[in-house]
Each structure stands twice: as C-alpha cells, then as structure tokens.
Design a protein around this ligand. Structure first.
Ligand SMILES: Nc1nc2c(ncn2[C@@H]2O[C@H](COP(=O)(O)OP(=O)(O)OP(=O)(O)O)[C@@H](O)[C@H]2O)c(=O)[nH]1
Ligand SMILES: [Mg+2]
Length: 228
C-alpha cells in the first residue's frame, strides 16, 4: 500500500513538473531574441548552456518554423527563394538556451562549393557541439526524404542525439496524404532507430507547435546538465 502511494506521488510530481516546464517555456519561446550570425562553427562554438539545431533541405521551412514557435513574424528571415539563410543564425530563448537555424543543405542554385561547405558545417557541428540537446530535421511533406537527410539522421543516431523529424507544409496536401506520409515516414525511420519522433507540421496554419514545444521542453528540461 505504502509502495503504491509512493509511486503515485512520484508520478504526480513528474506530471506537475512537465506541466510547469511547459508553461514556463511557452512564455520564454515567445520572447526569444536574435543573438548572432556566424559563418564558422569551429571558431564560434558555444561551450555553455543548451541548444537545439534546426536543419533540413533548402526551402523546407526551417526559419518559418522558428518564427511559428516563437510567435514572431520576422525573427528568422524567410524567403520563397531557396538558399536564403546563408549563415548560421543563433537565437536565445534564455541566456542559457539557444535555437540554431542552419542554412539549408543541397540547393542547385547555390554554387556547389557553398552547398558542400554548408553540409560539412552541419556534420562538423554535430560532431563537436557538446551543448546540443536535440536535432529538429525539417522536410517538405511533398518531397521524399533525401539522401543528405538520411546521412544527417545516421550521424545523429550514431552520436546519440535525439531527433524530431517534422513533415512541414502539411497544409499543401490532403488529409489522406498527410496520414499516409506520416505513417510511411515513421515506418522508414525505424530503419535508423526506434527513437525518432516524426510529426506533421504547418507553420502557415500553426499546426504542430505544441508538440514541437513539448519535445523541446523535454530536451531543455532542467534535469539536463548545462555544458560548460
Ligand atoms: N504552404 C506552406 N508554406 C510554408 C510553410 N512553411 C514555410 N513555407 C514557405 O516555404 C518557403 C521557405 O520558407 P523558409 O522558412 O525560408 O525555409 P528555409 O528552410 O529556412 O529556407 P532556407 O533558409 O533557404 O534553406 C517560404 O516561402 C515560406 O513561406 C508551411 O507550413 N506551409
Ligand atoms: Mg532559412
């Protein structure tokens, strides 16, 4: 009897804590501010606090998702022209917590050497960034998962970096396509790991924001050690 009570008490405390974290961070995401743009991850590596990176193919909607999450229209620059984000843009949620918006990988109109540099930057970043708590990979729901996405997923899995894969622009397809794409992508991700979270998202319709916040809150949870 006593044991059952203890377990219930622990469960309740855990639920309250998750709830508090969500309330706390929901406010904080909205007051996120631009910290700086950097061109070279090696030189400017942050070695304090916690961060989450947003990566994906050019034009998949990385910057729009950061704007939707923070409920700000112009925090991250968005553009119809792929390849708009050319530097790594870092945003601060608090003095210890950062969101990192990467240039999109793989776009034909950006010269091959620049595109190659951006890819290398992401691989380098994943390998060296000790503050990284998780990786949000963004794809356009209408496009197949690209080989470069798979390479990034493989590397993140091998480094034990948690992944959230967002199928963005869900507003562009019918409900049945949304469902089947979600199902098939979840199936596909099992080939990499059984721990990859896949969700639908639309920054236009503001769908999926709460799930995104929930995952980020977990990654940023106060139990995690700040890197120093
Ligand atoms: N329909 C629809 N369009 C979207 C959505 N999210 C982003 N877009 C559009 O997609 C285009 C690219 O958005 P960005 O946020 O700049 O994409 P990005 O991945 O940051 O692009 P790069 O920085 O160039 O790699 C813009 O025209 C956005 O308005 C969405 O949920 N639905
Ligand atoms: Mg961008």
């Amino acid at each position: 009897m006593y044991l059952v009570d203890t377990i219930d008490y622990q469960k309740i405390c855990c639920i309250i804590k998750t709830f508090e974290d969500n309330i706390l961070f929901q406010k904080n995401y909205h007051s996120t501010w631009f910290l700086k743009s950097i061109a070279n991850i090696q030189k400017e590596k942050y070695n304090y606090g916690l961060e989450v990176a947003f990566v994906g193919y050019s034009n998949s909607g990385k910057s729009s998702i950061i704007n939707a999450l923070t409920n700000q229209k112009k925090l991250a620059k968005i553009s119809r022209t792929p390849g708009r984000t050319r530097l790594i843009n870092i945003f601060s949620v608090t003095s210890e917590i950062r969101l990192v918006d990467f240039p999109g990988y793989g776009y034909a109109q950006v010269s091959r050497s620049i595109s190659k540099k951006w890819k290398e930057m992401i691989f380098q970043y994943l390998n060296i960034q000790k503050c990284l708590q998780g990786l949000v990979i963004i794809t356009d729901i209408r496009c197949p998962i690209k080989e470069i996405d798979e390479l990034v997923i493989n590397l993140a899995v091998s480094l034990n970096i948690p992944i959230l894969l967002l199928l963005n622009k869900m507003d562009k397809v019918t409900r049945s396509i949304q469902k089947s794409k979600l199902f098939s992508t979840r199936e596909k991700m099992l080939n990499f790991s059984n721990n990859i979270n896949v969700e639908l998202f639309s920054s236009f319709k503001k769908i999926g924001i709460h799930k995104l916040q929930f995952v980020l809150n977990n990654w940023f949870s106060s139990d995690k050690k700040l890197c120093q």
